[in-house]
Design a protein around this ligand. Structure first.
Ligand SMILES: [Ca+2]
Length: 224
């Protein structure tokens, strides 16, 4: 047997370089370079915490992954496929989708790191409250976005607001002196009607009673 008659042909196929861009709360755009000889590319992607990869095959040099969860980390990798075989997968690229608040800021032409206390339409409603209550940040509010009512029959003071966001914490606080605010006495879900939530505090013998709504963006991941 003449070993010299044998030769092993080793084909080295390059992995593409993958770039990923979180363009919205539910979408990531991918792009990569062409690899000589490749007739298609296989993309693997999954939620960072998941074990199983999804696969997507294309002959293009870009792709859009849709229907992702907001504010969630995803892993991406890619390999090129030729008639002679496949490259190894590229190193994993991890990218986090935008938050729903960031999508809203972007829709209204704000930077993603805009000051959430800004009040460009001068209606005394800061950006984060415009978002939390579903208001227009560039049109001054013409009517109150929340309403405080005294029910003299049941002796409750109520505050009703529109709870429209999933990535905002809402809390109604009460005070008798406008200095010390507490939540302990407030029934946060006194009544719920669609997106309208009414919080209430019982009225006693105090001479003054106040309610206020406090909102803050939370970092919680929300499912879609
Ligand atoms: Ca405003």
């Amino acid at each position: 047997m003449l070993l010299d008659d044998f030769s092993i042909k080793t084909v080295v196929i390059a992995s593409p370089q993958l770039s990923a861009d979180a363009v919205s709360a539910t979408r990531v755009d991918l792009a990569w370079n062409a690899v000589t000889g490749a007739n298609r590319y296989r993309i693997g992607y999954k939620e960072r915490s998941a074990l199983v990869w999804n696969a997507l095959i294309t002959s293009d040099l870009f792709s859009t992954i849709d229907n992702l969860k907001p504010n969630t980390a995803y892993d991406f990798q890619i390999k090129s496929e030729t008639l002679e075989g496949s490259s190894p997968y590229s190193a994993t690229t991890t990218i986090t989708t935008r938050t729903e608040l960031q999508d809203w800021l972007s829709t209204h032409n704000y930077n993603l790191d805009a000051d959430l206390l800004a009040d460009d339409d001068n209606d005394q409603v800061p950006l984060i409250l415009e978002y939390a209550l579903g208001m227009e940040p560039t049109q001054a509010a013409v009517s109150a976005s929340s309403e405080i009512v005294i029910d003299r029959t049941t002796k409750w003071l109520t505050l009703t607001y529109s709870k429209v966001r999933r990535d905002v914490d809402y809390e109604v606080q009460t005070s008798t002196d406008l200095m010390n605010w507490i939540t302990a006495e407030v029934d946060q879900t006194y009544a719920i009607d669609d997106t309208f939530v009414t919080a209430a505090v019982p009225l006693g013998i105090e001479t003054g009673r106040f309610l206020r709504l406090v909102v803050s963006a939370n970092a919680a991941t929300v499912g879609n």
